[in-house]
Design a protein around this ligand. Structure first.
Ligand SMILES: *[C@@H]1O[C@H](CO)[C@@H](O)[C@H](O)[C@H]1NC(C)=O
Ligand SMILES: *[C@@H]1O[C@H](CO)[C@@H](O)[C@H](O)[C@H]1NC(C)=O
Ligand SMILES: *[C@@H]1O[C@H](CO)[C@@H](O)[C@H](O)[C@H]1NC(C)=O
Ligand SMILES: *[C@@H]1O[C@H](CO)[C@@H](O)[C@H](O)[C@H]1NC(C)=O
Length: 368
């Protein structure tokens, strides 16, 4: 006893849940800033004022409609971005690290307004206009050999078509100002997105002629949410729009304070929405909590509202814990509870005078 390196007391949250204490539920909510900014600025803004740009993992799309109506919002940035490493892929931003994107490819999501957000090849349509489309789609083919254009009623992918034309010593057709009359039906043309960025003609013939269908091509890199259609649009990242951030009731404070100082800090914090206290272990959504402290805490452990007083463990919220679940005497000095970034399943008793980051929690919503 009294040895600081004595085995750590750990408590399973599952046991606590079994005590039927009232659980605290986290509610993420959207927040729109008043200023317009480009996507990069929008993300930084959200990160410094709230948590991050909104994603459908954090903010329910359905819950947005009312909010938007209330605030008269039309178009806002969301945390959706083309994957810088694979151009055809769209992903939600990585909230865990605060950088880049992560997770599933969303380029096929039904939420897209334009159903071909990942298109890299082009066809000339029955409307005589160009449409960006998946290179793997099958279409008839226009080949050209010098000035000569030939049409082939054979179903091929864009790559297949390109090979097909080359086998005939030609190339997929390049459309110029002077040869447009040759194209009367729908089929692949030699237009493709080079390195995912710029549209080019395959082959040697150059052309600056352009005849994109309305809304084409979908080449932009940043995701926009339009609440009227409730769909996503790809948009140039440099456009100035309102960011749609999300916030929650958790604040990971990066200052290193003793447990007592942390408690006062939280209790002295106020915003227009909440009054704060140090996070109670009642908190229910530990996987979300893990992500928040993993990405934002600069110390391995963070203080939470758990304290040994008069030989009994107490929650700062006032309730007593079931003492039977806890060893009667943890080490002499380790009288305050922490959560580790690497293991949010257990509480760890630590010396209250140590300095570390901590988590404050918005207890009461002032507005409601
Ligand atoms: C296309 O190129 C021609 C000659 O190379 C030039 O005269 C014309 O202005 C260009 N058109 C566009 C839209 O750039
Ligand atoms: C966004 O704005 C910042 C600051 O004005 C600028 O440095 C950055 O290049 C812009 N990004 C884009 C994609 O336009
Ligand atoms: C808090 O402590 C951690 C770990 O010792 C350190 O990396 C971090 O910079 C400190 N933060 C402040 C604000 O002093
Ligand atoms: C509480 O916050 C106010 C305003 O930010 C500050 O002046 C004061 O020193 C704080 N008190 C404590 C105990 O941290």
């Amino acid at each position: 006893m009294g040895n600081k390196s004595s085995p750590e007391l750990t408590l399973s949250f599952l046991l606590i849940t079994a005590l039927c204490l009232e659980a605290v539920h986290i509610k993420s909510r959207p927040y729109k800033s008043m200023d317009k900014m480009n996507w990069t600025e929008a993300r930084l803004y959200c990160q410094s004022h709230y948590v991050d740009l909104a994603t459908w993992n954090t903010v329910k799309k359905g819950a947005l409609a009312e909010y938007f109506t209330e605030h008269g919002i039309n178009q806002v940035w969301i945390g959706l971005h083309r994957d810088p490493e694979k151009d055809s892929v769209w992903k939600w931003i990585n909230i865990k690290t605060g950088e880049g994107v992560s997770g599933d490819d969303l380029s096929h999501s039904s939420d897209w307004a334009d159903k071909h957000p990942k298109s890299h090849c082009a066809v000339i349509g029955d409307d005589q206009m160009w449409h960006s489309t998946h290179c793997s789609k099958r279409n008839y083919v226009y080949c050209s050999e010098g000035d000569h254009i030939s049409y082939h009623k054979i179903d091929l992918t864009w790559y297949g078509a390109s090979q097909y034309c080359q086998d005939m010593n030609g190339n997929l057709a390049t459309i110029t100002k002077t040869n447009t009359n040759y194209f009367e039906s729908s089929g692949w043309i030699g237009l493709y997105r080079q390195a995912g960025h710029t549209w080019s003609w395959i082959g040697d013939l150059s052309s600056n002629y352009s005849d994109w269908a309305p809304g084409e091509p979908v080449t932009e890199d940043c995701g926009l949410f339009d609440p009227v259609t409730e769909e996503w649009y790809s948009k140039a990242c440099s456009e100035e729009l309102h960011p749609l951030c999300f916030k929650d009731k958790l604040v990971v404070v990066n200052e290193n304070k003793t447990w007592e100082e942390a408690l006062s800090y939280c209790r002295n914090m106020t915003t227009s929405d909440f009054n704060y206290d140090i996070l109670s272990p009642h908190y229910s959504d530990y996987s979300y909590l893990r992500e928040r402290i993993y990405s934002r805490a600069t110390t391995d452990e963070v203080w939470i509202g758990l304290r040994l007083l008069g030989g009994e463990w107490w929650l700062v919220s006032g309730e007593e814990l079931n003492q039977e679940m806890l060893p009667e005497c943890p080490s002499q000095w380790n009288h305050c509870g922490t959560l580790s970034k690497h293991d949010t399943n257990n509480w760890i008793p630590r010396d209250c005078s140590e300095r570390r980051n901590f988590i404050c929690y918005g207890e009461r919503e002032k507005r409601e």
